[in-house]
Design a protein around this ligand. Structure first.
Ligand SMILES: Cc1cc2nc3c(=O)[nH]c(=O)nc-3n(C[C@H](O)[C@H](O)[C@H](O)COP(=O)(O)OP(=O)(O)OC[C@H]3O[C@@H](n4cnc5c(N)ncnc54)[C@H](O)[C@@H]3O)c2cc1C
Length: 195
């Protein structure tokens, strides 16, 4: 059984996948590559002055690949159903069991509807600050949880919030993913810039 299945590979989904895989949870992403990032040029992603949306997405993809995410481009998820011990995620090709599901399909809310997640009066998926829906262990992130006010950095934050809540459940304590300079030295060695 895959621990975490992320549906959607825009900023929300890739951010969720980054955090769960980096912290040791087996993570699978399915994405049909319709992300709005391909239409965007960003001057408002904090820490980055100016970047083409597709280029930023390429970096995010490399980042999750480096942490071992099983990223399936061009694979559409057609259904998610609750089972006795988790979820069955069905794609156009096959099906996968999962303990947790992160929905990150932009403004498309069909899978949340299919799972009978609660919606607000504004017809958006109802979540709390952990991004968990009314269905336990199903998270909704990014475009689907806002009527408008869509920004890449907000989606990435949603994904991170969902992942940290999953990690908190798995590790049994309030979890945060903090690194320090010596971690960077251990990972990148002589590639680190010296000021
Ligand atoms: C013209 C334009 C300019 C923009 N400019 C900016 C900007 O300057 N700054 C900024 O912050 N934001 C900008 N945005 C908004 C930004 O692109 C979005 O806020 C961001 O992409 C939302 O991220 P997301 O992960 O929530 O959803 P998305 O990026 O939409 O990703 C959702 C992904 O899920 C996939 N998917 C959907 N259904 C399924 C399924 N059933 N199975 C598998 N995969 C599925 C989609 O194909 C897509 O790849 C712009 C948007 C547009 C259209």
């Amino acid at each position: 059984m895959t621990e975490v299945v992320v549906i959607g590979g825009g900023p929300a989904g890739l951010s969720a996948a980054l955090f769960t895989a980096k912290n040791g949870l087996e993570t699978t992403v399915f994405d049909t590559d319709g992300t709005w990032m391909h239409k965007a040029h960003l001057f408002n992603y904090p820490g980055i002055g100016s970047v083409d949306g597709s280029n930023l997405l390429d970096t995010m993809r490399e980042q999750v690949d480096d942490f071992g995410v099983d990223r399936n481009q061009g694979v559409k998820v057609t259904d998610v159903a609750a089972t006795d011990d988790g979820f069955e995620v069905t794609t156009e090709e096959d099906s996968h069991d999962a303990s947790y599901v992160v929905l990150a399909t932009g403004a498309n809310r069909d899978l949340a509807e299919g799972l009978e997640c609660a919606f607000t009066d504004e017809e958006i998926v109802d979540v709390d600050v952990t991004m968990e829906t009314s269905v336990e262990d199903v998270y909704a992130t990014g475009g689907m949880v806002r009527a408008e006010e869509w920004q890449a950095v907000i989606s990435a934050g949603d994904g991170a919030a969902a992942a940290l809540n999953i990690l908190t459940k798995e590790k049994g304590e309030h979890y945060h993913d903090f690194d320090v300079p010596s971690d960077a030295e251990a990972v990148f060695g002589s590639m680190i810039d010296e000021e």
